[in-house]
Design a protein around this ligand. Structure first.
Ligand code: GLY
Ligand code: MN
Ligand code: MN
Length: 486
């Protein structure tokens, strides 16, 4: 009877896991990719060192509900593992196990648990981590204490300072975090410019270094596999912008427009958003990271600024389009729009390996300052940062503001160029400009001698935007019942 039950359970498990396999997309990056990433990291580590990575913690939203879990991008980059309560150790040199086997990486994973998996989805467990992710050594996280890692045998220990709630969460009794207790952090980043950790070892005289620079250099240069993922995220996000252009009607709400973008993302199987969607009509566009998206009725005369990025298999786009709600730019809106576009194109002209990031910014800054002066919008030098108050470029990848070095452009970096002009109500200029906010943000792959404009399919010139907005949308016939009508 017992054996029969066991057989039935086993059969159910096999059937279940086969069905689940079939339910998964088959275009995730391969375990060979992640292994290669760990090899590259190992090459960059100093002699006789170990690098330590924690999975992101689970964050509670309220009572029984947690925020949707998202893996720490460094952890994901090195493993493809998407679960919490895990620790990855990457050793520079081979270590010897008690059975004589050699290994240079270990992942401590959250254990399989039938009950937990019934509620919250399947876990890989230590054996899944070995088989499916190709990590050499894997144990359940409950075995970490037994593993008894002696950090004093390494010349350096590299890790990120854990500024988040991992360190101080009193509910977190997982063995993994005992590791932290071996270090006493004096202060986090006392010298912000060098990002040097000041960590005082409690035990032993350990040399503790930050992983920041190594991971910046690794993640800042994308592999071909990553570029394909970003391409997909960008194409999806451009499709969202184009569909919204077709569907846009005065009287829609900011929230509704956000929903159309995000519907398109999901239609193309993007799992997530790379960052909270920004949809700001009129003067809401002047709030750089406006994510309330509250305005119920966008008016006929307004511009709407839409900064959204689909996240596909971990990789995100970052694209902004600004369009006239009624389908036609007013003369003032067009002047500001074309000035921002010119600023972006000036930066694109010098977008190639060797160009310092600061030169891209300078190209946009000079163009915008000159244009705003010619239009009589800025009268004196001190006003100039008011209307273009942000930088113009950053890396994208697993993070929207991705890790990467910020000196010079290099082949296979993927960056944004995103100048903007924002003129809030009551600005010190003619009021015909008030409430105009324009950002144009595109994504670029740096190639051997220039760039590839990844987001070119998102209509971007005045002519292309106005033409796209004339096209019909499948949503024209999508009319929901009025909830207030009996
Ligand atoms: N979406 C945030 C940014 O453009 O940097
Ligand atoms: Mn950006
Ligand atoms: Mn953006």
């Amino acid at each position: 009877m017992k054996a029969l039950t066991l057989l039935v359970v086993l059969a159910m498990h096999v059937g279940c896991s086969l069905a689940q396999e079939a339910d998964l997309p088959n275009d995730f990056l391969s375990k060979a990719f992640y292994k290669q990433r760990r090899e590259e990291l190992r090459e960059k580590l100093p002699a006789n060192s170990v690098a330590v990575f924690f999975a992101n913690p689970i964050r509670n939203r309220a009572k029984d509900v947690n925020y949707v879990y998202h893996q720490d991008p460094d952890f994901f980059y090195l493993t493809g593992y998407k679960e919490p309560n895990a620790l990855l150790l990457v050793f520079k040199e081979k270590q010897s196990a008690s059975n004589g086997r050699e290994y240079d990486e270990i992942l401590f994973a959250q254990p399989r648990n039938e009950q937990a998996e019934m509620w919250n989805g399947r876990r890989l467990g230590a054996s899944g981590v070995k088989d499916l992710l190709g990590i050499e050594q894997a144990f359940n996280n409950s075995e970490f204490r037994k593993y008894n890692l002696d950090f004093s045998k390494f010349s350096s220990v590299l890790f990120f300072d854990f500024l988040n709630d991992v360190r101080n969460d009193p509910r977190d009794s997982s063995d993994l975090y005992d590791l932290i207790a071996q270090f006493k952090v004096k202060s986090n980043y006392p010298d912000k410019s060098s990002k040097t950790l000041t960590v005082e070892p409690v035990k032993n005289n350990l040399d503790v270094q930050s992983l920041g620079k190594i991971m910046d250099n690794l993640r800042g240069i994308k592999t071909q596999e990553e570029i394909e993922m970003i391409r997909k995220a960008v194409r999806i996000s451009c499709a969202g912008q184009a569909e919204v252009m077709k569907a846009m009607r005065p009287g829609m709400s900011e929230r509704e427009i956000q929903g159309i973008h995000e519907f398109v993302f999901k239609k193309y199987q993007a799992e997530d958003l790379g960052y909270p969607s920004i949809v700001g009509a009129g003067h809401n566009g002047c709030i750089l990271h406006y994510i309330d998206n509250y305005k119920p009725n966008i008016s006929n005369k307004e511009l709407i600024l839409m900064d959204l990025g689909a996240e596909f298999h971990g990789y995100t786009a970052d694209i902004t389009r600004t369009i006239p709600v009624n389908g036609k730019f007013s003369p003032e809106q067009k002047l500001i729009y074309e000035l921002v576009l010119k600023a972006q194109e000036e930066a694109m002209k010098i977008c190639k390996p060797g160009t310092p990031f600061s030169e891209l910014y300078k190209a946009t800054r000079i163009t915008i300052d000159k244009g705003l002066k010619e239009l009589g919008i800025i009268q004196n030098e001190s006003d100039k940062h008011m209307f273009y108050p942000h930088g113009c470029c950053h890396h994208i990848g697993l993070d929207v503001h991705d890790r990467g070095p910020y000196e010079k452009l290099e082949e296979n970096m993927v960056i944004t160029i995103e100048p903007g002009i924002y003129i809030p109500e009551n600005s010190n200029c003619d009021k015909k400009w008030w409430g105009i906010a324009v950002r144009i943000e595109d994504d670029y792959l740096i190639t051997r001698d220039g760039y590839e404009h990844l987001s070119a399919s998102g209509p971007r010139t005045v002519k292309d935007i106005e033409a796209t907005m004339k096209l019909s949308s499948p949503l024209d016939s999508f009319v929901l019942p009025d909830l207030d009508k009996k």
